[in-house]
Design a binder for this molecule. Sequence first.
Ligand code: ATP
Ligand code: MG
Length: 403
Amino acid sequence: MQAGAHKPSIVPGSAGPAGTLGVMGGGQLGRMFVHAAQRMGYRTAVLDPDPESPAGLISHHHVQTDYLDPKGLGTMRQLCGAITTEFENIPAPAMQALAEHRPVAPAAQALAIAQDRRLEKAHFQRCGVACAPYAVIDSEQDLEAASAALLPGILKTARLGYDGKGQRRVRDRAELATAWADLGRTSCVLEQQLALEAECSVLVGRGWDGAMVHFPLQYNLHRDGILVRTEVIAGRLPPELEARAVAAARAVAQGLDYVGVLCVEFFVVRCAQGRPALLVNEIAPRPHNSGHYTIDACDQSQFDLQVRTLAGLPLCQPRQHSPAIMLNLMGDLWFDGQGGCGAACTPDWPAVLALPGAHLHLYGKLKAVRARKMGHLTLTGADEARVRATATQAAALLGITPD
Ligand code: ATP
Ligand code: MG
């Protein structure tokens, strides 16, 4: 049980650990957490072994050790009044070790569930939230016993998958056996491949006292297992679907006795009765790529909410003030954009920034690599027509495939 335990009261502007927030992991999510915390007057500490990590580069303190290094964890405990994470594969024992001395949110137990698709799906079932039909594949026997109804399906490693990595699409038993061998016969889940009408996500924030707030339903477009675009525009998805998704996300957070920001990803599928069915895909125990638009389009961002939950500050229901479209800026744009220059060259940011309502976020990664998330661009506008027109222009300028 986490809520209520060791509730911190970390007040912006205080000296030493009383005014310092820590984050495990130094990627772009950590960087945007640091931005939010520093804007509010906190000092920050980041633990990440990479000397060039996007969050480490801008934090007051950067502890450059492995996540399980006792010295590094000791330094974080000395520096910080409370500690969160930006990377779901931080070893749960590292969070456990920190939690013995400092408030930590989310708790190691919630991370451990989010890190393993088998535990995650069992949790959804406990909360009464439907997910895609699936089977756990831990052994040769499980492989043989898997129901034919799950094929065609997607075999996913139970642990350490992200951006579609660690997944194989399989049509029949022969392909299933080959795929499992290919994934190293590690623990997996086999999910039925669904005909998706849409994908969407909800971000909830839950405080130490169990209070919850949420952001609007986010409509997400993926390509090759990677999020490419998020739209949050009133009326884009039916309000009753939004109400169901928010209720499901809150149930999942409550069931974990979660503290912090949690993203719940959903599939929308057509069911026999005609009403769209909502199935939960997975959770991210942290802010999420699909919530980046909140920085520019809401009265508080998902990172502001992460700061508030961690520090034990009051939570207020966020309000979206502009319709928004977020485009992910993948490393490919440095090679293929604007007619394709072949070698790495910088996209034409001045042209993009000449568009009203364009908000550019680059993560400070020094090297563009294909399929690497280098930044994102959020377009806001007074109404749907204007935000769509600007997004179309921005995508054309950058060489992003229109949808
Ligand atoms: P993330 O980067 O979100 O952590 P991931 O690697 O954990 O991604 P998933 O979210 O499981 O991967 O899947 C990535 C994408 O693949 C989904 O957003 C969806 O587009 C597609 N996908 C996954 N599972 C299914 C399914 N059972 N049926 C149809 N499409 C699916
Ligand atoms: Mg996903």
